[in-house]
Design a protein around this ligand. Structure first.
Ligand SMILES: *Cc1c(COP(=O)(O)O)cnc(C)c1O
Length: 365
């Protein structure tokens, strides 16, 4: 081995040791917060070689947060580990939360409440106006009810925080001790789940000797991205993080993420500053609006199902993938070797959208 090669190897080892010690320090910071184990962690990090070959860009990987285990999995499980622990610390006996009709957050909250022996009230906001029986009763709504949650509807556009407060007041009047979890579990407590994910992913890649250039995922209520921004900043990681928006326009989405990331770091007791430029959301793949299918989402979801055997969802991860694929085709990741897509789950929602995919019937063989 040449001297140059030996020095380069030594540099890699030093860098890797440094990152391992930063991951440990962040784990110590996180350990000060109560957390109930709900997810199967760490989730796998897997290559998507057939997709990479098909697209011909960087090597693509998937971080399998669809495999967190709780009621078919998803990104809300990591947030609920911290939120549910906080609810228990406060002596709550009832959880209240809200979401859109096919909310994955509502489903995972209902499951977590069931596992911990807490009552669960879910308010579902009708954001799409759809009366399709599958959309309003199947998919996540079926599972909410199976987990024993009490599910109520609210009209689109009402102030869901006020609705949850009003319900909490009623329940307190009945002698219950309710704990309100905001939509998507996105507050500084929930976002700790994605600080923890940033630590887990960086540690995992480090162990594999893998250098991650970019990390891409769907961003909605912003807790996932805010936690990742905060975690990567705390680790001084140079991973290029990009959220693909599913609802708000770019400026609003980035503003929400930036604000929550700063509050999350403050909650963590960290002095680290987040450069505003590290908060990136691309909101060009929303289409007709939140939860409204797009052609790009349909094509992306089918492509992944057929090339990788992976299931995504129509509202979040499918639109996130559409963004990933389109950006690869437009050379956004040029010069990068390894790009990770964070799979945030949600495939239970597929059963709420049975007619979206225009699939062939039985073959006459
Ligand atoms: C909630 C959700 C997201 C978005 O996460 P936020 O923390 O709300 O930004 C992405 N994908 C799926 C499947 C989700 O359920």
């Amino acid at each position: 081995m040449s001297l140059v090669q030996e020095t380069a190897d030594q540099r890699d080892r030093d860098g890797s040791d440094l990152m391992a010690s930063r991951c440990k320090a962040l784990a110590v910071q996180l350990a000060r917060f109560p957390r109930v184990p709900l997810g199967h962690l760490p989730t796998p990090l897997e290559p998507m070689d057939r997709l990479s070959e098909h697209l011909g860009g960087p090597r693509l990987w998937v971080k399998r947060d669809d495999c967190t285990g709780l009621s078919s999995g998803g990104n809300k499980t990591r947030k609920l580990e911290y939120l549910m622990a906080d609810a228990q610390t406060q002596g709550a006996d009832t959880i209240i939360t809200q979401g859109a009709t096919q909310s994955n957050h509502a489903r995972q909250t209902a499951a977590a409440a069931a596992k911990l022996g807490l009552a669960c009230h879910i308010l579902l906001e009708d954001r799409t106006g759809s009366n399709d029986p599958s959309y309003i009763m199947s998919g996540n709504v079926l599972l909410d009810r199976l987990h024993g949650a009490t599910v109520s509807k609210r009209d689109g556009g009402v102030d869901m925080n006020v609705e949850m407060e009003t319900l909490a007041e009623t329940l307190r009047g009945q002698g219950r001790r309710p704990y309100i979890i905001p939509g998507g579990g996105s507050n500084p407590i929930g976002a700790l789940g994605y600080v923890n994910c940033a630590r887990e992913l960086v540690d995992q890649a480090n162990g594999l000797g893998l250098h991650i250039d970019a990390l891409v995922h769907a961003t909605g209520s912003s807790g996932t991205q805010a936690g990742l921004v905060a975690g990567l900043a705390a680790l001084q990681s140079d991973i290029h993080l990009l959220g693909i928006g599913v609802r708000a326009p770019q400026e609003k989405q980035e503003g929400m993420v930036f604000d929550l990331a700063q509050r999350t770091l403050a909650h963590l007791g960290s002095e680290v500053e987040i450069p505003r430029a590290d908060v990136r959301a691309n909101c060009n793949y929303v289409g007709g609006g939140y939860g409204v299918p797009t052609d790009g989402m349909i094509a992306a979801l089918k492509l992944l199902a057929e090339t990788e055997g992976l299931l995504f969802d129509p509202v979040y991860s499918g639109k996130g993938l559409d963004g990933l694929i389109d950006l690869i085709r437009n050379d956004y990741f040029d010069g990068m070797e390894n790009v990770v897509f964070l799979h945030t789950g949600g495939s239970a929602a597929l059963f709420g959208y049975p007619d979206t995919f225009d699939l062939p019937g039985y073959a006459a063989l």
